[in-house]
Ligand binder design. Structure first.
Ligand code: ZN
Length: 365
């Protein structure tokens, strides 16, 4: 399946930096083989779900038990620690606290054997250095293919019906995305209409601009009240690809310094406007040239000689309904053509959806 994904992506794999998956056995080595340059992260949402289920079996009262709630809270805090030392301390404290009872010991052992041994793949202290653009969990993608499944209405019927449903869904998605993109290019919140952003506004995603603006506010507060910023975790640079509060300090014009009346508030000098290159190209807005995928199987009964098979599962379906083969081939060819125009991150998202559907229930994948 991963080989299919890799071939379908048709991209320079150097650009695929992070893959987020759930904790499926066997996938880890395969990912390293197929995508040697990408960082593999485990989905923090899936991990928490699994831990909750597992430790609930160990404590009386299950998920409602106070111990379980406490343990999960501590686990979440551990996952969110921004540096390795504090995450080590948090884990040591959890062990010290829970290893006194047999239920607690069982929970700690489970967490250790299943997850702590692979902590580099999901603790933020480590993953914050991966360029993941804020995607730490694959649940967002699952929500997307859950939505796609709804369009199928549970139908296991004719492939034509499935294509119609898929087409309707993709058209809706395309309309929604186009609208959002055009809004991004036109409606600019006042917050972002400042000289600092004058060269990037309408050209960089407003999500990224808001994130940068939060950092700018932090810089302002710190500068005005002369309070030192906490040490830089490099999260914004490495994981999100945007400037951080520390970067704004390094952009201060050299001339300033002293000669100001001794007030508690310092006036903030104007910083040079941010450039496109201050943001990772992931955030650059481009006018979309992608048309929605249109599949009309009724007009596509041409003989298709090349049988491209995806998975055994799909081969089985094809064997059962040979009359639908031409429809499927044409549909896939159309999808592939359109797919080729998508930017890399959208390709990844679409393929995740398709793979999720192919593997059945999204909540189980
Ligand atoms: Zn920083």
């Amino acid at each position: 399946m991963l080989e299919v994904l890799k071939n379908a992506l048709c991209i320079n794999l150097e650009r695929l930096k992070v893959i987020v998956t759930d904790n499926e056995d066997g996938l880890e080595n395969a990912i390293e083989d197929v995508f040697p340059n990408a960082k593999h992260q485990l989905c923090t949402w899936h991990i928490e779900k699994k831990i909750l289920a597992k430790i609930s079996e160990k404590f009386a009262g299950g998920t409602e038990s106070e111990s379980v709630q406490e343990l999960i809270k501590e686990w979440t805090a551990l996952v969110n620690c921004t540096n390795v030392e504090s995450s080590n301390r948090a884990w040591a404290a959890m062990q010290g606290k829970w290893n006194n009872t047999s239920a607690g010991m069982g929970a700690i052992k489970y967490i250790h054997d299943e997850y702590i041994v692979r902590k580099e793949k999901f603790l933020k202290a480590y993953t914050n250095h991966n360029l993941h653009f804020g995607n730490n969990a694959s649940s967002r993608v699952e929500g997307a293919h859950g939505a796609l499944k709804k369009y199928f209405g549970g139908s296991s019927g004719d492939l034509y019906i499935i294509f119609e449903a898929m087409e309707a869904h993709l058209k809706d998605q395309h309309i929604a995305a186009s609208k959002k993109l055009s809004d991004e290019c036109q409606k600019i919140p006042n917050l972002l209409q400042i000289p600092l952003f004058e060269d990037v506004v309408k050209k960089v995603s407003s999500y990224a601009l808001r994130k940068a603006h939060e950092q700018y506010l932090q810089f302002q507060r710190s500068y005005q009240f002369q309070q030192e910023l906490p040490a830089c975790t490099k999260y914004h640079n490495h994981a999100l690809g945007i400037p951080c509060a520390h970067d704004f300090f390094s952009r201060l014009p050299r001339v300033e310094q002293q000669a100001e009346e001794p007030t508690t508030k310092k006036r903030i000098p104007e910083l040079p406007a941010l450039k496109m290159t201050d943001f990772n190209p992931h955030w650059w807005l481009q006018v979309s040239t992608v048309r929605p995928i249109i599949v009309d199987p009724r007009q596509s009964n041409s003989n298709v000689e090349n049988t491209r098979t995806f998975t055994q599962q799909q081969e089985d379906i094809l064997a059962e309904v040979p009359r639908n083969q031409a429809i499927l081939e044409q549909g896939l060819a159309d999808i592939q053509t359109q797919f080729g125009h998508l930017p890399v991150h959208q390709k990844v998202a679409v393929l995740n959806q398709v793979m999720g559907i192919a593997s059945g229930d999204p909540s189980a994948s």
